[in-house]
Ligand binder design. Sequence first.
Ligand code: KIV
Length: 271
Amino acid sequence: MSASAELKRITTATLQKLKSSGEKISMLTAYDYSFARIIDEAGIDVILVGDSASNVMAGHETTLPITLDQMIYHASSVVRGAKRCLIVVDLPFGAYQSNGDIALASAIRIMKETGAHAIKLEGGEEVLDSVKRIISAGIPVMAHLGLTPQSIYKFGTYNVRAKEEVEANKLQKDALIMQEAGCFALVLEKIPAKLAKEVTKRLQIPTIGIGAGGDCDGQVLVMHDMLGLNKDFNPRFLRRYLDLHQQVTTSVSKYIEDVRSGNFPNDSESY
Ligand code: KIV
């Protein structure tokens, strides 16, 4: 058997099994070949090619400007790097909200042009038609409720969502609607841990939390944030596993010093 045949790909069914057996699901974002390869080889269950690429890769203030073509570029790079995990790609703002036909066309482009395995989109009942059309074409959909960054101008802030009863009740209802429509998983972003726990208990499909407490079936973080590349972003939910900003700064400073002093390259680094 070839080495590649021995690698067993994680699927949406694997995530369902993990929920059933009470094992937690790990998910991280990635946007390029090199990091996707490292993260995949480290054993992650799911890579999300998030529209947070708009922030961390392109430097935009919000996720709204990133285009479908740009998401396809990032996703196809990730697919070339990750051989084992499930790869989910965000449908960007404007690619699915207007109607089911447009949503399906966007999702088909992602699947055909990137080789990824599923799409994610934000919202509840408002996007039900789009969700149903995409799933009816055989494309797995991950839903996303709570703080949905594509609606930042409606919310006005990045504060915790669904603290009030009305919004919490709508979130519970939307979660059931998304499950009923056939979504294979649900991201819960920045909502009270108690609400996330209730939703997780009520749903058969796995929940993946970000700022939603420890009772979700899995967790997701933006890779740049957990590796400490972005020193200005310090929300309470973020755990930094590395201070890459500091380490890169130190390494680059040393390189500059070595070039300027003539210490690099030395004889053994020359032909
Ligand atoms: O775009 C993204 O990175 C996301 C995660 C924060 C869930 O949607």
